[in-house]
Ligand binder design. Structure first.
Ligand code: 13P
Ligand code: SF4
Length: 339
């Protein structure tokens, strides 16, 4: 299939734009050069004005580039935080600066709201690894075994599940069942990492995150050799042998909190590239070694596309109401489990 790349509208970096955006630039100066800012600032200015006029909010995941995460987001966070925010926002329009499953989760939790995504093709290797029919087959194969489904899945897959989880609450969700055995789908690595923290038997599926599975134990040993003082943090979507080499493994939020609370002199975050830039903005005294595994799906979301989404109210994410109702039950069960 030919993927036509649209030429974005070009906005000018005027003296007025420079003045109006100067306060936003100061905190991100460390990760965005002045040349780059000249390109970003006119979009940031236009987006922030338009979203206010429209009564829209922008929800941005930690893997968004720093100009999106820090300069146009009304709320920024990991999958769990974005789902919680989508459930409670009063805004009529939600623009999801993230991937498609995140926009679907917002729509599931706020069916009366308009949920827009700046690029419909922003997918996820985990979400595309499993279908609703696969989940029905698993239920037939393992009758009575609770099915815990990672939020990184389609609404149809969530609808077939007992409960959802994110990397922030996966252990608490697994432990919330009486059953000795739990099916955790579709991320085999998250499941294997959680299995090491619980007495329950964890069954899983063959899905994986194409970004986190690329890290290897050799990568980490090389970072340690080059920067012996660095603290290594790894996301649990990484294979267990990678997690074994890290000093700490935790969700996106847990890694950000670790840096915030412990203020290590130097840190390596074994996760998506932009995460380090965004945590660096909030922790100016910490040095970051930046292993760069980009998520190509997250990187489809750009400032020009966010502006176009607001201007055209395209593209709207919809979920069949019958599927949304069942998926909502699985997501709301998750949100009710204390972490
Ligand atoms: P969390 O935001 O739940 O840590 O998930 C990471 C991720 O890969 C999102 O796509
Ligand atoms: Fe999916 Fe991995 Fe990209 Fe997250 S980082 S959207 S899990 S492919």
């Amino acid at each position: 299939m030919l993927d036509t790349i649209e030429r974005p509208q070009v906005l000018q970096f005027t003296a007025e734009v420079a003045r109006q955006t100067a306060d936003l630039y100061e905190p991100v100066r460390k990760v965005i050069s002045e040349m780059e800012w000249c390109e970003h600032a006119p979009y940031i200015y236009a987006i922030n004005r338009l979203k206010k006029e429209m009564g829209a909010v922008i929800l941005a995941h930690n893997y968004m580039t720093p100009e999106i995460f820090n300069c146009v987001a009304d709320f920024a966070g990991d999958s769990l935080q974005l789902a919680q925010q989508a459930a409670k926002t009063d805004a009529d329009i939600i623009v999801q600066a993230g991937v498609h499953f995140m926009a679907e989760t917002s729509k599931i939790l706020s069916p009366e709201k308009t949920v827009l995504i700046p690029d419909m093709k922003a997918g996820c290797s985990l979400a595309s690894s499993i279908t609703a029919a696969d989940v029905r087959l698993l239920r037939e194969k393992y009758p009575g075994v609770p099915i815990v489904t990672y939020v990184n899945t389609s609404a149809e897959v969530k609808a077939e599940s007992d409960i959802c989880c994110t990397s922030s609450n996966a252990l608490a969700i697994v432990e919330s069942f009486d059953s000795d055995t739990v099916l955790m789908i579709p991320d085999q690595y998250l499941a294997k990492n959680i299995a090491r923290q619980t007495k329950k038997k964890i069954l899983t599926y063959a899905g994986s995150c194409e970004v986190h599975e690329r890290f290897t134990p050799e990568n980490i040993r090389a970072y340690r050799k080059a920067w012996p003082d660095a603290v290594v943090l790894a996301h649990p979507e990484c294979p267990p042998e990678v997690v074994d080499e890290a000093d700490f493994s935790g969700s996106t939020k847990a890694m950000a909190d670790y840096v915030q609370n412990k203020q290590p002199a130097r840190v390596v975050m074994i996760t998506e590239c932009s995460m380090s830039d965004n945590v660096a903005v909030q922790n100016p005294n910490v040095e970051f070694v930046r292993p760069c595994n980009l998520c190509p799906h997250m990187k489809r979301i750009t400032l020009p596309k966010i502006l176009k989404t607001l201007q055209t109210r395209q593209t709207e994410v919809t979920v069949d109401p019958a599927i949304a109702e069942r998926a909502r039950a699985a997501v709301e069960r998750m949100l009710a489990v204390p972490v």
